[in-house]
Design a protein around this ligand. Structure first.
Ligand code: UD1
Ligand code: UDP
Length: 372
Protein backbone atom coordinates (compact mmCIF):
# COMPACT_ATOMS: atom_id res chain seq x y z
CA UNK A 1 0.00 0.00 0.00
CA UNK A 2 1.31 3.45 -0.91
CA UNK A 3 -0.20 6.59 0.64
CA UNK A 4 -0.46 9.33 -1.98
CA UNK A 5 -1.45 12.80 -0.85
CA UNK A 6 -2.60 15.06 -3.69
CA UNK A 7 -2.44 18.76 -2.83
CA UNK A 8 -4.07 21.37 -5.05
CA UNK A 9 -6.07 24.54 -4.71
CA UNK A 10 -7.04 26.34 -7.91
CA UNK A 11 -9.52 25.63 -10.70
CA UNK A 12 -7.05 24.45 -13.38
CA UNK A 13 -5.25 22.14 -10.95
CA UNK A 14 -8.61 20.63 -10.01
CA UNK A 15 -9.60 20.03 -13.65
CA UNK A 16 -6.36 18.16 -14.20
CA UNK A 17 -5.96 16.38 -10.84
CA UNK A 18 -9.55 15.12 -10.42
CA UNK A 19 -9.32 12.55 -13.26
CA UNK A 20 -6.13 11.21 -11.66
CA UNK A 21 -7.67 11.02 -8.19
CA UNK A 22 -10.76 9.30 -9.59
CA UNK A 23 -8.41 6.73 -11.05
CA UNK A 24 -6.51 6.32 -7.73
CA UNK A 25 -9.82 5.66 -5.99
CA UNK A 26 -10.19 2.49 -8.12
CA UNK A 27 -6.77 1.10 -7.18
CA UNK A 28 -6.63 -0.94 -3.96
CA UNK A 29 -2.85 -0.54 -3.56
CA UNK A 30 -3.20 3.26 -3.40
CA UNK A 31 -4.40 5.01 -0.25
CA UNK A 32 -5.46 8.34 -1.77
CA UNK A 33 -5.67 11.40 0.49
CA UNK A 34 -6.73 14.76 -0.93
CA UNK A 35 -5.75 18.05 0.67
CA UNK A 36 -7.12 21.25 -0.87
CA UNK A 37 -5.27 24.44 -0.08
CA UNK A 38 -8.39 26.44 -0.91
CA UNK A 39 -6.35 29.03 -2.84
CA UNK A 40 -9.60 29.24 -4.84
CA UNK A 41 -13.02 28.74 -3.32
CA UNK A 42 -16.17 28.72 -5.48
CA UNK A 43 -14.14 28.14 -8.66
CA UNK A 44 -12.48 25.12 -7.08
CA UNK A 45 -15.64 23.49 -5.73
CA UNK A 46 -17.32 23.91 -9.13
CA UNK A 47 -14.84 21.32 -10.41
CA UNK A 48 -14.70 19.00 -7.40
CA UNK A 49 -18.48 18.66 -7.32
CA UNK A 50 -18.57 17.52 -10.94
CA UNK A 51 -15.89 14.85 -10.55
CA UNK A 52 -17.25 13.80 -7.16
CA UNK A 53 -13.89 12.90 -5.62
CA UNK A 54 -13.45 12.51 -1.83
CA UNK A 55 -11.66 15.35 -0.07
CA UNK A 56 -10.10 14.84 3.34
CA UNK A 57 -8.59 18.27 4.13
CA UNK A 58 -9.22 21.88 3.11
CA UNK A 59 -6.74 24.48 4.35
CA UNK A 60 -9.22 27.16 3.23
CA UNK A 61 -6.64 29.92 2.78
CA UNK A 62 -8.33 32.17 0.19
CA UNK A 63 -8.68 35.86 0.95
CA UNK A 64 -10.03 38.61 -1.27
CA UNK A 65 -7.17 40.21 -3.23
CA UNK A 66 -4.68 37.78 -1.73
CA UNK A 67 -0.99 38.30 -2.41
CA UNK A 68 1.62 35.79 -3.50
CA UNK A 69 3.17 36.03 -0.05
CA UNK A 70 -0.02 35.39 1.90
CA UNK A 71 -0.84 32.38 -0.30
CA UNK A 72 2.61 30.86 0.11
CA UNK A 73 2.99 31.51 3.84
CA UNK A 74 -0.50 30.27 4.75
CA UNK A 75 0.03 27.02 2.83
CA UNK A 76 3.46 26.38 4.35
CA UNK A 77 2.11 26.87 7.87
CA UNK A 78 -1.13 24.92 7.49
CA UNK A 79 0.18 22.05 5.39
CA UNK A 80 2.98 21.33 7.86
CA UNK A 81 0.42 20.08 10.38
CA UNK A 82 -1.49 17.92 7.88
CA UNK A 83 1.69 16.30 6.59
CA UNK A 84 2.83 15.57 10.14
CA UNK A 85 -0.43 13.75 10.90
CA UNK A 86 -0.87 11.91 7.58
CA UNK A 87 2.80 11.07 6.83
CA UNK A 88 2.16 10.28 3.14
CA UNK A 89 4.70 8.25 1.15
CA UNK A 90 4.50 10.78 -1.65
CA UNK A 91 2.92 14.21 -2.19
CA UNK A 92 1.56 15.04 -5.64
CA UNK A 93 1.33 18.61 -6.85
CA UNK A 94 0.28 19.97 -10.21
CA UNK A 95 1.64 22.58 -12.58
CA UNK A 96 2.75 26.07 -11.68
CA UNK A 97 0.54 27.82 -9.17
CA UNK A 98 1.66 29.16 -5.81
CA UNK A 99 -0.18 26.19 -4.30
CA UNK A 100 2.03 23.82 -6.33
CA UNK A 101 5.26 25.43 -5.23
CA UNK A 102 4.33 25.98 -1.57
CA UNK A 103 2.98 22.43 -1.22
CA UNK A 104 6.13 20.97 -2.79
CA UNK A 105 8.28 23.02 -0.42
CA UNK A 106 6.21 21.99 2.60
CA UNK A 107 6.66 18.31 1.65
CA UNK A 108 10.37 18.80 1.07
CA UNK A 109 10.75 20.30 4.56
CA UNK A 110 9.51 16.97 5.93
CA UNK A 111 11.63 14.98 3.47
CA UNK A 112 8.58 13.57 1.73
CA UNK A 113 9.16 12.84 -1.99
CA UNK A 114 7.17 14.99 -4.39
CA UNK A 115 5.60 13.95 -7.70
CA UNK A 116 5.08 16.81 -10.16
CA UNK A 117 2.15 16.41 -12.54
CA UNK A 118 2.40 18.59 -15.69
CA UNK A 119 6.15 18.97 -15.30
CA UNK A 120 8.60 20.63 -17.65
CA UNK A 121 6.59 23.48 -19.23
CA UNK A 122 8.78 26.53 -19.77
CA UNK A 123 8.82 29.95 -21.41
CA UNK A 124 12.33 30.72 -20.13
CA UNK A 125 11.14 34.19 -19.13
CA UNK A 126 11.09 34.35 -15.33
CA UNK A 127 8.53 37.17 -15.30
CA UNK A 128 6.13 35.78 -17.89
CA UNK A 129 3.91 34.14 -16.95
CA UNK A 130 4.38 35.55 -13.46
CA UNK A 131 4.83 33.92 -11.02
CA UNK A 132 4.08 30.63 -12.79
CA UNK A 133 7.39 30.25 -14.65
CA UNK A 134 9.38 30.39 -11.41
CA UNK A 135 6.83 28.28 -9.54
CA UNK A 136 7.22 25.42 -12.02
CA UNK A 137 11.02 25.69 -12.17
CA UNK A 138 11.28 25.53 -8.37
CA UNK A 139 8.74 22.73 -8.12
CA UNK A 140 10.68 20.76 -10.73
CA UNK A 141 13.85 21.24 -8.73
CA UNK A 142 12.19 19.87 -5.58
CA UNK A 143 10.33 16.96 -7.20
CA UNK A 144 11.50 13.34 -7.28
CA UNK A 145 9.03 12.12 -9.91
CA UNK A 146 8.29 14.22 -12.99
CA UNK A 147 5.20 13.60 -15.12
CA UNK A 148 5.81 15.51 -18.33
CA UNK A 149 2.82 15.82 -20.68
CA UNK A 150 4.91 15.88 -23.90
CA UNK A 151 8.39 15.06 -25.18
CA UNK A 152 9.08 18.81 -25.47
CA UNK A 153 8.42 19.11 -21.74
CA UNK A 154 10.71 16.17 -20.99
CA UNK A 155 13.45 17.74 -23.10
CA UNK A 156 13.22 20.97 -21.09
CA UNK A 157 13.85 19.06 -17.88
CA UNK A 158 16.76 17.09 -19.34
CA UNK A 159 18.36 20.36 -20.48
CA UNK A 160 18.15 21.62 -16.90
CA UNK A 161 19.97 18.51 -15.66
CA UNK A 162 16.80 16.86 -14.27
CA UNK A 163 17.36 13.39 -15.67
CA UNK A 164 15.96 10.83 -13.25
CA UNK A 165 12.35 9.71 -13.08
CA UNK A 166 11.19 11.91 -15.96
CA UNK A 167 8.21 10.25 -17.66
CA UNK A 168 6.16 11.36 -20.66
CA UNK A 169 2.54 10.63 -19.74
CA UNK A 170 0.26 12.94 -21.74
CA UNK A 171 -1.81 15.60 -20.03
CA UNK A 172 -4.63 14.59 -17.70
CA UNK A 173 -6.74 17.43 -19.15
CA UNK A 174 -7.57 15.12 -22.05
CA UNK A 175 -8.68 12.48 -19.52
CA UNK A 176 -11.10 15.08 -18.08
CA UNK A 177 -13.03 15.31 -21.36
CA UNK A 178 -14.46 11.82 -20.93
CA UNK A 179 -16.27 13.08 -17.82
CA UNK A 180 -17.35 16.47 -19.16
CA UNK A 181 -18.11 16.52 -22.90
CA UNK A 182 -21.45 15.05 -24.02
CA UNK A 183 -23.15 15.20 -27.42
CA UNK A 184 -26.66 16.11 -26.18
CA UNK A 185 -25.46 18.32 -23.32
CA UNK A 186 -27.77 21.04 -21.95
CA UNK A 187 -26.22 24.01 -20.17
CA UNK A 188 -26.84 24.42 -16.44
CA UNK A 189 -25.92 28.09 -16.25
CA UNK A 190 -28.87 30.46 -16.69
CA UNK A 191 -26.44 32.94 -18.27
CA UNK A 192 -25.78 30.44 -21.07
CA UNK A 193 -29.39 29.26 -21.40
CA UNK A 194 -30.46 32.88 -21.95
CA UNK A 195 -28.10 33.45 -24.91
CA UNK A 196 -29.52 33.06 -28.41
CA UNK A 197 -26.69 31.25 -30.22
CA UNK A 198 -28.79 30.63 -33.36
CA UNK A 199 -26.98 31.76 -36.53
CA UNK A 200 -24.12 33.33 -34.57
CA UNK A 201 -20.42 32.55 -34.45
CA UNK A 202 -19.42 32.27 -30.79
CA UNK A 203 -16.04 33.46 -29.60
CA UNK A 204 -15.26 32.01 -26.18
CA UNK A 205 -12.82 34.22 -24.32
CA UNK A 206 -11.14 34.24 -20.94
CA UNK A 207 -8.48 36.52 -19.46
CA UNK A 208 -7.21 36.55 -15.91
CA UNK A 209 -3.39 36.37 -15.77
CA UNK A 210 -1.64 38.56 -13.20
CA UNK A 211 0.68 40.09 -15.81
CA UNK A 212 -2.37 41.10 -17.90
CA UNK A 213 -4.17 42.96 -15.12
CA UNK A 214 -4.47 46.69 -15.81
CA UNK A 215 -3.45 48.06 -19.21
CA UNK A 216 -3.24 44.72 -21.05
CA UNK A 217 -6.71 43.64 -19.94
CA UNK A 218 -8.03 47.05 -20.98
CA UNK A 219 -6.53 46.54 -24.46
CA UNK A 220 -7.96 43.02 -24.68
CA UNK A 221 -11.47 44.22 -23.76
CA UNK A 222 -11.28 47.13 -26.22
CA UNK A 223 -10.29 44.73 -29.02
CA UNK A 224 -13.30 42.55 -28.21
CA UNK A 225 -15.59 45.58 -28.34
CA UNK A 226 -14.26 46.45 -31.77
CA UNK A 227 -14.70 42.92 -33.09
CA UNK A 228 -18.38 42.59 -32.10
CA UNK A 229 -19.21 46.05 -33.38
CA UNK A 230 -17.77 45.13 -36.80
CA UNK A 231 -19.20 41.58 -37.12
CA UNK A 232 -22.92 41.38 -36.50
CA UNK A 233 -22.99 37.58 -36.64
CA UNK A 234 -20.43 37.29 -33.83
CA UNK A 235 -21.13 36.99 -30.14
CA UNK A 236 -18.57 36.74 -27.37
CA UNK A 237 -19.01 34.76 -24.17
CA UNK A 238 -16.57 35.79 -21.44
CA UNK A 239 -16.89 33.87 -18.17
CA UNK A 240 -15.24 36.38 -15.88
CA UNK A 241 -12.75 35.25 -13.23
CA UNK A 242 -13.74 36.15 -9.66
CA UNK A 243 -10.66 38.28 -9.09
CA UNK A 244 -12.08 41.82 -8.59
CA UNK A 245 -9.12 43.22 -10.54
CA UNK A 246 -10.41 41.26 -13.55
CA UNK A 247 -14.15 41.76 -13.16
CA UNK A 248 -13.93 45.52 -12.60
CA UNK A 249 -12.15 46.08 -15.93
CA UNK A 250 -14.30 43.58 -17.83
CA UNK A 251 -17.54 45.17 -16.58
CA UNK A 252 -16.35 48.73 -17.15
CA UNK A 253 -15.46 48.19 -20.82
CA UNK A 254 -17.73 45.33 -21.90
CA UNK A 255 -20.58 45.46 -19.37
CA UNK A 256 -23.11 47.04 -21.72
CA UNK A 257 -21.81 46.01 -25.13
CA UNK A 258 -24.32 44.23 -27.39
CA UNK A 259 -23.54 40.56 -28.06
CA UNK A 260 -20.88 40.42 -25.35
CA UNK A 261 -22.02 38.15 -22.54
CA UNK A 262 -20.08 38.47 -19.30
CA UNK A 263 -21.02 35.44 -17.22
CA UNK A 264 -20.12 34.07 -13.82
CA UNK A 265 -17.29 31.50 -13.96
CA UNK A 266 -18.82 28.45 -15.64
CA UNK A 267 -18.61 25.01 -14.16
CA UNK A 268 -16.28 22.80 -16.13
CA UNK A 269 -19.04 20.78 -17.83
CA UNK A 270 -20.71 23.94 -19.15
CA UNK A 271 -17.30 25.30 -20.11
CA UNK A 272 -16.06 22.27 -22.04
CA UNK A 273 -19.36 21.80 -23.86
CA UNK A 274 -19.58 25.49 -24.75
CA UNK A 275 -16.04 25.27 -26.08
CA UNK A 276 -16.86 22.24 -28.18
CA UNK A 277 -19.65 24.31 -29.86
CA UNK A 278 -17.76 27.59 -30.30
CA UNK A 279 -16.15 29.09 -33.41
CA UNK A 280 -12.85 30.11 -31.82
CA UNK A 281 -11.17 30.87 -28.51
CA UNK A 282 -9.33 33.98 -27.33
CA UNK A 283 -7.54 33.46 -24.05
CA UNK A 284 -4.56 34.03 -21.79
CA UNK A 285 -5.32 30.76 -19.97
CA UNK A 286 -2.95 27.83 -20.03
CA UNK A 287 -5.56 25.08 -19.89
CA UNK A 288 -7.63 26.47 -22.75
CA UNK A 289 -4.59 26.31 -25.03
CA UNK A 290 -4.64 22.54 -24.55
CA UNK A 291 -8.38 21.97 -24.55
CA UNK A 292 -9.42 24.06 -27.56
CA UNK A 293 -7.02 22.49 -30.11
CA UNK A 294 -8.25 19.07 -29.02
CA UNK A 295 -11.80 20.29 -29.83
CA UNK A 296 -10.68 21.53 -33.27
CA UNK A 297 -10.85 25.25 -32.45
CA UNK A 298 -8.36 27.98 -33.37
CA UNK A 299 -6.93 29.75 -30.33
CA UNK A 300 -5.60 33.30 -30.20
CA UNK A 301 -3.32 33.54 -27.18
CA UNK A 302 -3.60 36.93 -25.48
CA UNK A 303 -0.02 36.89 -24.27
CA UNK A 304 3.47 37.52 -25.60
CA UNK A 305 4.72 33.94 -25.14
CA UNK A 306 3.53 30.41 -24.53
CA UNK A 307 4.89 27.42 -22.64
CA UNK A 308 2.78 25.21 -24.90
CA UNK A 309 4.61 25.31 -28.24
CA UNK A 310 3.21 21.99 -29.48
CA UNK A 311 -0.16 23.36 -30.58
CA UNK A 312 1.46 26.58 -31.86
CA UNK A 313 3.77 24.47 -34.04
CA UNK A 314 0.82 22.48 -35.33
CA UNK A 315 -0.81 25.78 -36.29
CA UNK A 316 -3.96 25.76 -34.13
CA UNK A 317 -2.64 28.18 -31.53
CA UNK A 318 -1.30 31.65 -32.35
CA UNK A 319 0.33 34.00 -29.86
CA UNK A 320 -1.01 37.45 -30.77
CA UNK A 321 0.27 39.66 -27.96
CA UNK A 322 -1.68 42.14 -25.89
CA UNK A 323 -2.11 45.22 -28.06
CA UNK A 324 -5.66 46.17 -29.09
CA UNK A 325 -4.62 46.36 -32.74
CA UNK A 326 -2.83 42.98 -32.83
CA UNK A 327 -5.72 41.15 -31.18
CA UNK A 328 -8.35 42.84 -33.35
CA UNK A 329 -6.46 42.16 -36.60
CA UNK A 330 -5.83 38.49 -35.85
CA UNK A 331 -9.44 37.92 -34.84
CA UNK A 332 -10.60 39.72 -37.99
CA UNK A 333 -8.50 37.39 -40.14
CA UNK A 334 -10.10 34.32 -38.59
CA UNK A 335 -13.55 35.80 -39.09
CA UNK A 336 -13.05 36.79 -42.73
CA UNK A 337 -10.58 34.37 -44.31
CA UNK A 338 -12.02 30.86 -44.62
CA UNK A 339 -8.68 29.35 -45.59
CA UNK A 340 -6.84 30.72 -42.62
CA UNK A 341 -9.69 29.60 -40.36
CA UNK A 342 -9.66 26.12 -41.87
CA UNK A 343 -5.91 25.78 -41.46
CA UNK A 344 -6.11 26.73 -37.77
CA UNK A 345 -9.26 24.77 -37.00
CA UNK A 346 -7.85 21.31 -37.59
CA UNK A 347 -8.25 19.11 -34.56
CA UNK A 348 -4.79 18.71 -33.09
CA UNK A 349 -4.10 17.05 -29.81
CA UNK A 350 -0.45 16.83 -28.82
CA UNK A 351 -1.49 16.23 -25.22
CA UNK A 352 -2.20 12.53 -25.13
CA UNK A 353 -4.81 9.84 -25.57
CA UNK A 354 -6.88 10.36 -22.41
CA UNK A 355 -4.90 7.73 -20.48
CA UNK A 356 -2.38 9.97 -18.70
CA UNK A 357 -3.92 9.17 -15.28
CA UNK A 358 -3.39 5.44 -15.83
CA UNK A 359 0.27 5.99 -16.74
CA UNK A 360 0.92 8.24 -13.75
CA UNK A 361 -0.72 5.78 -11.36
CA UNK A 362 1.36 2.88 -12.77
CA UNK A 363 4.60 4.83 -12.33
CA UNK A 364 3.67 5.73 -8.75
CA UNK A 365 2.86 2.10 -7.94
CA UNK A 366 6.17 1.00 -9.40
CA UNK A 367 7.98 3.71 -7.44
CA UNK A 368 6.21 2.55 -4.26
CA UNK A 369 7.28 -1.07 -4.82
CA UNK A 370 10.92 -0.06 -5.27
CA UNK A 371 11.26 2.73 -2.72
CA UNK A 372 9.05 1.86 0.25
C1 UD1 B 1 -4.26 31.53 -9.81
C2 UD1 B 1 -2.85 31.07 -10.17
C3 UD1 B 1 -2.69 31.06 -11.69
C4 UD1 B 1 -3.81 30.29 -12.38
C5 UD1 B 1 -5.16 30.81 -11.89
C6 UD1 B 1 -6.26 29.97 -12.47
C7 UD1 B 1 -1.05 31.70 -8.62
C8 UD1 B 1 -0.13 32.74 -8.18
N1 UD1 B 1 -1.88 32.00 -9.63
O1 UD1 B 1 -4.35 32.89 -10.23
O2 UD1 B 1 -1.45 30.45 -12.00
O3 UD1 B 1 -3.72 30.49 -13.76
O4 UD1 B 1 -5.21 30.72 -10.46
O5 UD1 B 1 -7.50 30.60 -12.39
O6 UD1 B 1 -1.05 30.63 -8.07
N2 UD1 B 1 -11.24 34.51 -6.21
C9 UD1 B 1 -12.50 34.30 -5.66
N3 UD1 B 1 -13.04 33.03 -5.71
C10 UD1 B 1 -12.40 32.00 -6.29
C11 UD1 B 1 -11.13 32.21 -6.85
C12 UD1 B 1 -10.56 33.48 -6.80
O7 UD1 B 1 -13.12 35.20 -5.13
O8 UD1 B 1 -12.94 30.87 -6.30
C13 UD1 B 1 -10.66 35.88 -6.15
C14 UD1 B 1 -10.12 36.26 -4.77
O9 UD1 B 1 -10.38 37.62 -4.53
C15 UD1 B 1 -8.62 36.08 -4.93
C16 UD1 B 1 -8.42 36.48 -6.38
O10 UD1 B 1 -9.57 35.96 -7.05
O11 UD1 B 1 -7.87 36.85 -4.03
C17 UD1 B 1 -7.16 35.99 -7.05
O12 UD1 B 1 -6.95 34.61 -6.85
P1 UD1 B 1 -5.45 33.99 -6.95
O13 UD1 B 1 -5.53 32.52 -6.74
O14 UD1 B 1 -4.54 34.74 -6.08
O15 UD1 B 1 -5.00 34.38 -8.40
P2 UD1 B 1 -5.51 33.85 -9.80
O16 UD1 B 1 -5.44 34.99 -10.75
O17 UD1 B 1 -6.78 33.12 -9.64
N1 UDP C 1 -12.70 26.89 -16.92
C1 UDP C 1 -13.95 26.65 -16.38
N2 UDP C 1 -14.84 27.69 -16.25
C2 UDP C 1 -14.53 28.95 -16.62
C3 UDP C 1 -13.24 29.20 -17.16
C4 UDP C 1 -12.35 28.15 -17.28
O1 UDP C 1 -14.29 25.51 -16.05
O2 UDP C 1 -15.38 29.84 -16.48
C5 UDP C 1 -11.76 25.77 -17.03
C6 UDP C 1 -11.09 25.63 -18.39
O3 UDP C 1 -11.87 24.87 -19.28
C7 UDP C 1 -9.80 24.91 -18.01
C8 UDP C 1 -9.45 25.55 -16.68
O4 UDP C 1 -10.68 26.05 -16.15
O5 UDP C 1 -10.01 23.55 -17.78
C9 UDP C 1 -8.46 26.66 -16.90
O6 UDP C 1 -8.40 27.45 -15.78
P1 UDP C 1 -7.83 28.91 -15.80
O7 UDP C 1 -7.99 29.53 -17.13
O8 UDP C 1 -8.46 29.59 -14.63
O9 UDP C 1 -6.31 28.69 -15.43
P2 UDP C 1 -4.98 28.40 -16.27
O10 UDP C 1 -5.19 27.20 -17.10
O11 UDP C 1 -4.68 29.63 -17.05
O12 UDP C 1 -3.93 28.20 -15.22
Amino acid sequence: MIKVMSVFGTRPEAVKMCPLIKHFEKISEIDSVVCLTGQHKEMLWQVIDIFGISVQYNLDIMQERQTLTTITVSILEKLEKVLAVEKPDIVLVHGDTSTSFAAALAAFYQQIPVGHVEAGLRTYDRYSPFPEEMNRCLTGRIATLHFAPTVDNKRNLLLEGIRENVHVTGNTVIDAFSTTIKEDYEYKSDDLRDIDFEGKRCILMTAHRRENLGENLTNICRAVKRIVSEFEDVLVVYPVHRNPAVSETAKRILGSVDRVYLTEPLDVEDMHNLMARSYMVMTDSGGLQEEAPACGLPVLVLRTETERPEAARAGTVKVVGVSEKGIYENARLLLTDANIYKRMAQAVNPYGDGRASERIADIILQYGRNAI
